[in-house]
Write a protein that binds this ligand. Structure first.
Ligand SMILES: Cc1ncc(COP(=O)(O)O)c(C=O)c1O
Length: 319
């Protein structure tokens, strides 16, 4: 017997409670992860040649997906509080854009989290563009320590995508999506004609974990450890005069003059970091350091190796 229920009630209850708590109101769906949701929603509303506003820099895989769908990524600048409303207004005033895709918390790679003031300023800018599709990728979901700053309230076309890859593991392949009814109907219809639905076994497992106090307690502890690791690396690099940043997430963004040389020297010294190139449109060079597995006792060594990578003649190392 096939049961094509899109979201089983056992999972719908905790998901809806979380979206409601965050002021996100709409129809619920689940997909095989965040990227699957972005692709499905894009295929419903966007057409090759359409322009999509993204953060600059932004998640590389999202950019690759846009490219494969024939969509043009148009970058807007971003600081620690999220995208810059002036940069957004400027882009919207010059060129017709079909969608805005942003990461309100734990932005990859800058670690930005949108402040409430910034959210209000961005909402005011997009108010004049009622048909703009707004897609929010909340990939860090329960690992985020900040309130959720959604732009979606009152929008015609929107989706808030909440991935459970980061908190429970990427093999889960499940993201919750809260979207307008029209988008939800289209996405569900196309899911039915493809995979059918997201496995109810996986949905049940996710529901159990989301409602289990011990599991969620561990997630809270992990969030705290990521914060400590980010802060330790940023503060250590600051002593050496390096302006690294990352107010949320598990990556630290370090501006560098030369990405590839830095990445290669660090690799020779046993460190794997990512060059900013694939993330950037017009923004400045940087490296992205993932701190999730960076032991506090290794931070000093990493910082000194980075200092040498940036200036091989440097004699001023940290102790
Ligand atoms: C910004 C962002 N969104 C989404 C994802 C992945 O989400 P999913 O595994 O649910 O497709 C990642 C993974 O790195 C990410 O960085």
């Amino acid at each position: 017997m096939y049961d094509a229920t899109n979201v089983i009630p056992e999972l719908a209850t905790p998901l809806e409670a979380r979206f409601q708590r965050d002021g996100v109101v709409g129809a619920l769906g689940v997909t095989n992860g965040a990227l699957d949701a972005i692709e499905r929603i894009s295929q419903v509303w966007l057409h090759p040649g359409d322009r999509v506003i993204v953060e600059d820099p932004c998640w590389t895989t999202q950019r690759t997906l846009l490219q494969m769908l024939g969509l043009e990524a148009v970058g807007v600048t971003i600081d620690d509080e999220g995208i810059d409303p002036r940069s957004l207004a400027n882009v919207l005033s010059k060129r017709k854009c079909a969608a805005l895709m942003i990461t309100p918390r734990a932005q990859n790679p800058t670690g930005a989290t949108m402040s409430i003031q910034r959210r209000d300023a961005i909402r005011a800018v997009i108010e004049d563009f009622p048909d703009l599709l707004v897609i929010e990728d909340d990939h860090f979901s329960e690992l985020s320590q900040e309130p959720y700053p959604s732009l979606t309230y009152g929008r015609n076309l929107f989706a808030v995508i909440r991935s459970y890859s980061k908190i429970f593991g990427p093999d889960l392949r499940l993201a919750a999506v809260c979207m307008d009814q029209n988008t939800a109907d289209q996405v569900h219809m196309r899911q039915l004609l493809g995979p059918g639905w997201v496995s109810h076994i996986i949905q049940r497992l996710t529901a159990r974990m989301l409602t289990d106090e011990v599991t969620m307690g561990e997630i809270g502890k992990a969030a705290e450890i990521y914060k400590q690791r980010r802060d330790l690396l940023i503060n250590t690099l600051a002593v050496a005069g390096l302006k690294a940043k990352g107010v949320s997430g598990f990556t630290v963004y370090v501006p560098v003059p030369q990405e590839s040389d830095t990445v290669i020297t660090l690799a020779e010294r046993g460190w794997g970091v990512q060059a900013g190139g694939p993330y950037r449109i017009d923004s400045d060079p940087f490296i992205r350091v993932c701190v999730s597995a960076l032991n506090p006792e290794d931070v000093l060594k990493f910082a000194n190796d980075l200092i040498i990578a940036l200036d091989p003649s440097s004699r001023i190392l940290l102790r």
